[in-house]
Design a binder for this molecule. Structure first.
Ligand code: ATP
Ligand code: MG
Length: 754
């Protein structure tokens, strides 16, 4: 583990060291009364993550003690969520209801010890007797019942001889306790209803405070990790286990902070309200913070786990900026997915001096991404471009097509506008244009300067697709309820046009639509006749501008960076433009990176001042600066950083000479960021050096191939997507240390041998 240890891992480690436990057993104990949300993902990643890190086990337990709200569909959703996040629970899924008989036996023991009694006061009276924070409570007169009477009544409660609310079983603790929860808490109540698993067997159901600690004990849990709101329940947890004098070892409860995210609600009750009220389309609506929602929207499990890692484990509640989650998915997809072209709001361009048709080579990945692949884009006389990539009355700083200003069609030619055709109401229906035959990308001899390149598709070859654009479900940062819903959270575009390779070649399920954002082939409604894509996230945070006032706390430079909205860009000043030109032309940075750097003074000075002097690897340095360093500089000034620009340059150089992979580099960066150590030292002391030797990698590949005969067969039968699976397995087996390019090559060779 490269990360600093959190307080829970410190506790766990000490308990192992001291011999308190031989093995760590954790559990994730949801109540199956709703779909799990990203808060649960945090809990899952903590419980399963700790078990994994210390070679322990983690149970999945349905805390099903509330018979009226629970349902098997929620059980399935919970299982799906844990599996999708990549974890495996120990043994079968467990249920608190499986322990009902054992719990009942423990309750009888408490009664026999004189530590529990059947109370029969009304709810009102019970409340009054409980006292207040400043005033001790009083015990009800029924607390004096004999053990025999309590045993008899409790058995009759179980048999269903009473109405709901007639009696309860209470612990006999202390009606004057400062912790109100310790004032003779309820252990059982009568509910004459069937349970979704236990059926009619029980007319009484145990309360959380009684059931949870004992279920933990029954399962041999060592560390019972829960959220802060259970802090006051810890005393009961301990009281029950201690009073029953159970055989050690017993579990202990520790609390951590709940995850809250702005612009969203995160309680199952509120989510249920949205689902049942029809404000969203089911629990897996891509706008919901449910795991099923993120999954359907196109988030990857990796991005969610990275997010959980980044937010860490704290002891104080706070609200995390949703921008951070969006950053994680963007960062993950950036290195993984092909870039393609899709025009969302098409306007036709007729290139009058172009005849015939050609196929244009276009790479799926930009140069700084370690993946290869390309497709042929059909080019013809009629193309679609984005309506707002043309302007008759351009604002200052508009770089795209205007009646005076030519523009490049990415990967293809430069065009200029000749004539604008409008309908009776003045809407543009067509742009007549001309192209420069000697301006083809890669062999441009035209000498024409353009300020930007836009995406396009060929009218005759493009496929019409539906695109679902999602925005935040709530318009306010701390939403209360449905009155804060964002009315524009879903926009459906029926007539977007996408280049044909996306449909026929299917290079992936997730894509970057150039200049638009990241998209996902809708997992349920997609069909070949009617392809549908979900927008996962934009290329940049598009809320920065709208909410500038709310974010006044942020630094000016970050603010400036946030003004870049998907597609639309605020004009650069002269100095920024000069930097941008130098970055793209001399240093060959891609325009997105160059743009980010040029517009952010803090970032560009960090990049320029020293990082560049040190080494000649500007592309890698720029990538680390715009991703990793930028994240830190959002909260800090340069002087507050633990690392020096020089060290970033060293890190970049090691990516450059293949000493480490970009993935490992991220890990190294995290350590540099915390400790200020030199990257070389970190890499050496942790043995992180990249493995590029084919002689070392080949046997690992052979092993993975041998272990996965089904997938080998599928690959050989034509499912080329499985290449990623094999490469991933090898990377996993080497903890990310194998050189992906070498792995890729060997995997391809070996798979094609058979
Ligand atoms: P909600 O309040 O959303 O209904 P809950 O706490 O009632 O959630 P449970 O099903 O009881 O949900 O929770 C299962 C586990 O997940 C518990 O250990 C709980 O502490 C944890 N958990 C729930 N919400 C969060 C959150 N927002 N952040 C971290 N952990 C959470
Ligand atoms: Mg709950």
């Amino acid at each position: 583990m490269s990360k600093k240890k959190d307080f829970l891992r410190t506790i766990v480690e000490n308990d192992l060291k001291s011999g308190k436990y031989k093995e760590i057993v954790a559990r994730f104990p949801p109540e199956p009364n709703g779909f799990p949300h990203i808060g649960h993902a945090k809990s899952i990643s903590i419980n399963f993550g700790i078990a994994r890190d210390y070679n322990g086990r983690c149970n999945l337990r349905m805390d099903d003690t509330n018979p009226t709200k629970e349902d098997t569909k929620y059980v399935e959703a919970l299982e799906d969520a844990v599996r999708w996040l990549g974890f495996t629970w120990d043994g079968n899924v467990r249920y608190t209801s499986d322990y009902f008989s054992q719990l009942y036996a423990y309750a009888i023991e408490l009664i026999k010890k004189g530590k529990a009694y059947v109370d029969s006061v009304s709810e009102d009276e019970m409340r009054q007797l409980r006292g207040t924070v400043t005033e001790a409570g009083k015990r009800s007169k029924y607390a004096n019942r004999s053990v025999e009477e309590n045993l008899e009544l409790f058995e009759r409660m179980k048999k269903g001889e009473f109405q709901d609310g007639e009696h309860v079983l209470r612990a006999k603790i202390d009606m004057a306790a400062a912790n109100m929860k310790m004032r003779d808490p309820l252990l059982y109540r009568i509910r004459n209803v069937a349970h979704f698993r236990a059926g009619d067997a029980w007319a009484i159901y145990p309360m959380y405070d009684f059931a949870h600690c004992l279920s933990d004990y029954i399962e041999g849990i060592t560390h019972s990790l829960c959220t802060l709101e259970f802090e006051n329940n810890r005393e009961i947890y301990d009281w029950v286990l201690d009073t029953l004098e159970l055989k050690p070892p017993r579990p202990y409860q520790y609390e951590f902070a709940r995850l809250n995210i702005n612009y969203t609600v995160m309680s199952k009750r509120k989510l249920l309200e949205l689902v049942e009220g029809g404000y969203v389309n089911g629990w897996d609506d891509p706008r919901l913070p449910t795991i099923a929602g993120y999954r359907r929207r196109g988030y990857t499990p990796e991005s969610i786990l990275t997010f959980c890692d980044q937010i860490g484990i704290a002891k104080a509640n706070s609200v995390v900026d949703v921008v951070q989650l969006e950053f994680c998915i963007r960062d993950d997809l950036n290195t993984k997915v092909p870039r393609v072209m899709c025009v969302l709001d098409p306007v036709k361009v007729t290139i009058e001096n172009y005849e015939g048709k050609e196929e244009i080579d276009a790479s799926y990945y930009p140069a700084d991404i370690a993946k290869e692949g390309s497709r042929k884009m059909p080019f013809s006389k009629e193309i679609y471009i984005e309506r707002d990539d043309f302007s008759e009355n351009p604002p200052k700083g508009y770089f795209r097509l205007t009646p005076e200003q030519p523009v490049r069609l990415k990967y293809a030619y430069i065009i200029k506008c000749k004539e604008v055709v409008k309908d009776d109401s003045g809407n543009i229906v067509e742009i007549k244009a001309e192209y420069y035959p000697d301006s083809k990308s890669g062999e441009d001899r035209s000498g024409i300067k353009v300020k930007s390149a836009i995406h396009w598709v060929s009218v005759a070859d493009a496929k019409q697709v539906e695109v679902r654009l999602y925005d935040r479900l709530f318009k306010s940062e701390a939403p209360e309820g449905i009155e804060d819903l964002n009315p524009d959270s879903l926009k459906i575009i029926k007539n977007a046009f996408i280049e044909p390779a996306v449909i026929t070649e299917r290079p992936d399920e997730r894509f970057q639509f150039e200049r638009q954002g990241y998209f996902y082939a809708e997992p349920q409604d997609y069909s070949d006749e009617k392809p549908i894509f979900n927008k996962i996230v934009g290329l940049k945070d598009s809320w920065g501008k709208k909410t500038t006032k709310e974010r006044r706390g942020r630094s000016k430079t970050t603010e400036a960076k946030k003004v870049q909205i998907d597609g639309e860009v605020a004009p650069m000043n002269e100095a920024q433009q000069a930097l941008f030109d130098r970055y793209t032309q001399e240093l060959k940075l891609n325009s997105e990176v160059a743009n980010t750097l040029a517009r952010d003074e803090k970032l560009s000075s960090f990049f320029e001042e020293e990082a560049l002097k040190e080494h000649s690897t500007p592309v890698n340095i720029a990538n680390i600066v715009t991703n990793e360093v930028a994240r830190e500089l959002k909260q800090k000034e340069i002087a507050e950083l633990k690392f020096q620009p020089k060290q970033i340059a060293q890190l970049a150089a090691m990516i450059d000479d293949a000493t480490i992979s970009t993935k490992i580099a991220k890990e190294v960066f995290e350590t540099m960021n915390e400790s200020g150590e030199d990257p070389k030292e970190i890499i050496e002391s942790r043995g992180l050096v990249q493995i590029s030797d084919p002689a070392v990698i080949a046997p690992i590949v052979a092993d993975i191939i041998e272990k996965n005969p089904d997938n080998v067969e599928k690959f050989r039968a034509g499912n080329k997507k499985l290449l990623g699976f094999f490469v991933g397995q090898v990377l996993k087996a080497t903890q990310g240390k194998a050189n992906p390019q070498v792995v890729n090559k060997i995997v391809v060779e070996k798979l094609n041998e058979g």
